[in-house]
Design a protein around this ligand. Structure first.
Ligand code: GLP
Length: 303
């Protein structure tokens, strides 16, 4: 029998393939905009299918960075077109820098309001972010975990991935069962993120509050977006590599309901066989499109 890479594989006869787009798998889209539209459409479809109410809100985990930018644009567009409401959505952001104020242009708080929260109907009290100004950061981390639990747990966690395969700020070497805590950033991450601080490595905070790998693994569904050739190594290690703490996104191989959505460029380091296999699965799924496909039709050209 042909060997198949990793736990991400499942037989093309898997009945779930035809029922839900959220079987554990890799989705390959030609470009970053089409990958982002896929993810935004999936999130919108999940929220709408859930029909959230004040008593039964949809709980969404969110990332920052350049990767989710287009996804947020699409979500805002869906909202403006009356296709999506965040009125009964509760969000939890995955991380926040320590050492810069909330209103700093590069804080994740500012990022979220600039790119998403100010443009949708989310209630401010429902948009949760870690507070790095808390006097006791350990207590703040515990408070955050408790708030997630009190909200009923995260239904869908959207994530990006660092070039070295880290998820949130769970840098290489993080425990795969870690919870929300303070993390010292890896040098690679600091250098990478200097692009947001006018290229000045010294201005990048050296520590952050971040949800743990375990916190993300507890979500009912995890969706990762990875686009561009600088994510190719992370995608390869996360999908074809073994599960290990040096590439924390690889923990998702153990998640029952996780999807990695990539563009062609991000597949550059994958084996041809792996790419072919997942494309074949996707072709089969597309013959039975779910509503997340229809929802996004036409938007890509407009944005
Ligand atoms: N903590 C964030 C991650 O959540 C993000 O996924 C990563 C990649 O960022 P980008 O999408 O800008 O490449 O950067 C930071 O490390």
């Amino acid at each position: 029998m042909e060997s198949k890479p990793g736990l991400w594989m499942f037989p093309s006869s898997c009945p779930h393939l035809h029922r839900t787009p959220s079987c554990r798998r890799l989705i390959i889209r030609p470009t970053a905009p089409s990958a982002s539209l896929y993810v935004a459409s999936l999130i919108a479809a999940r929220i709408n299918a859930f029909s959230p109410t004040a008593e039964r809100p949809f709980v969404l985990g969110l990332p920052t960075g350049s990767s989710p930018l287009l996804i947020y644009k699409y979500l805002v567009a869906f909202h403006r077109e009356g296709k999506l409401s965040f009125k009964h959505v509760i969000t939890f952001n995955m991380d926040e820098y320590i050492g810069i104020p909330r209103d700093h242009p590069q804080s994740y708080h500012t990022f979220m309001y600039t790119h998403l929260f100010s443009h949708i109907d989310i209630l401010p009290e429902n948009a949760h972010l870690l507070d790095p100004s808390a006097a006791d950061l350990e207590a703040e981390a515990e408070r955050y975990e408790a708030a997630i639990a009190a909200a009923g747990g995260i239904r869908l966690f959207l994530a990006g991935v660092g070039a070295d395969g880290h998820i949130a700020f769970n840098e290489p070497g993080s425990s795969l069962s870690s919870r929300t805590r303070v993390k010292t950033l890896a040098n690679d991450t600091i250098v990478d993120n200097a692009r947001f601080f006018d290229g000045d490595v010294d201005s990048v905070p050296k520590t952050a509050l971040t949800v743990g790998v375990g916190t993300i693994m507890d979500a009912k569904e995890v969706v990762v977006i990875a686009t561009g050739s600088n994510k190719a190594r992370a995608v390869r290690d996360g999908i074809e590599g073994s599960i290990g703490h040096l590439c924390t996104i690889s923990a998702l191989q153990m998640h029952r309901n996780a999807i990695v959505v990539v563009d062609e460029e991000a597949t550059a380091e994958l084996r041809v066989k792996t790419v072919k296999y997942f494309k074949q699965i996707e072709e089969a799924a597309e013959k039975m499109p779910g509503d997340h496909h229809r929802l996004g039709k036409g938007l890509e050209a407009k944005l």
